[in-house]
Design a protein around this ligand. Structure first.
Ligand SMILES: Cc1cc2nc3c(=O)[nH]c(=O)nc-3n(C[C@H](O)[C@H](O)[C@H](O)COP(=O)(O)O)c2cc1C
Length: 245
């Protein structure tokens, strides 16, 4: 049996496979402070890039590229760009929030052994792409799907991933020599970790809580709760227990 044809009954994964998928989803974390310097084997790197490449994409345009970065000087340049943008960011919060912001570790650019920049080529197979005619931004969404595939595959491999967005695009473009028409989507830090925290660090630090799912799901139209028309769904959402967690 190949990896592409898992044990299924009527298309449904068997129990163990299903558990594995949900496990990757619920145990995935954004990692910043827990990186080990141990290198990521190239075979493993190839597997997570392959998973990313099998993401859905609008009109099958596969607008992504993946720049894998090990070079210390490049990571140092990116780190300096982060530092600058993060200082600017701190000034956007006031009072206690600013002080708390400054205590957060929001990147692992130098501690992780590997960085990956996911980019978006808006021209690939364009300019007219199936599904991107009414909304041009769909190629960006496709790249984000690739990031999530990579993130989940990495978790299954025991690799942590941290997304660093506090860098101006222009700086990433210059440092990585991106051509015209290609833009950065995600700058990721990747590596093995001491441990995967149980909760998002921003949740554990009391910055923001995880919202109750039942408050986010509406029925048939905006702001219409599901209690009356979908009672079973509603009570499952209120119970809010992640299946297979
Ligand atoms: C688009 C995007 C950008 C993010 N940028 C940063 C960042 O710059 N620095 C950081 O520490 N975390 C960043 N994160 C991670 C989020 O803070 C994290 O996903 C969230 O707190 C939930 O935690 P979890 O991923 O561990 O579930 C980013 C996540 C996403 C999806």
């Amino acid at each position: 049996m190949s990896a592409m044809s898992p044990p299924v009954v009527n298309g449904e994964f068997d129990k163990e496979l299903k558990r594995g998928v949900y496990q990757a989803i619920y145990a995935r974390r954004d990692i910043r402070a827990q990186f080990l310097s141990e290198p990521v084997p190239e075979k493993v790197l190839a597997r997570i890039l392959h998973a990313a490449h099998f993401a859905p994409s609008v009109g099958f345009m596969q607008p992504w590229n993946f720049i894998v970065i090990r070079k210390k000087e490049t990571r140092e340049q990116i780190h300096a760009a982060f530092q600058k943008a993060s200082n600017e960011a701190a000034m956007m919060f006031s009072g206690k929030k600013r002080e708390q912001y400054k205590t957060f570790k929001l990147e692992g650019i130098l501690e992780s052994p590997l960085n990956i920049c996911v980019t978006r080529d808006q021209e690939r197979f364009g300019p007219v792409v199936i599904g991107r005619t009414a909304s041009k931004i769909m190629d960006l969404y496709s790249c984000v799907c690739a990031v999530q595939n990579l993130w989940l595959a990495a978790r299954a491999e025991g690799l942590g991933v941290g997304w660093v967005s506090i860098i101006h695009d222009k700086e990433i473009k210059d440092i990585l020599h991106l051509p015209e028409g290609v833009a950065p989507v995600a700058y990721l830090c990747v590596g093995y970790v001491t441990h995967f925290p149980e909760k998002p660090e921003l949740e554990a630090a009391g910055w923001l809580p995880r919202l109750p799912l039942d408050s986010l799901v509406y029925c048939d139209q905006w702001a219409q709760e599901c209690g009356n028309s979908w009672p079973e769904l509603h009570s499952e959402l209120v119970a809010a227990k992640a299946p297979y967690a």
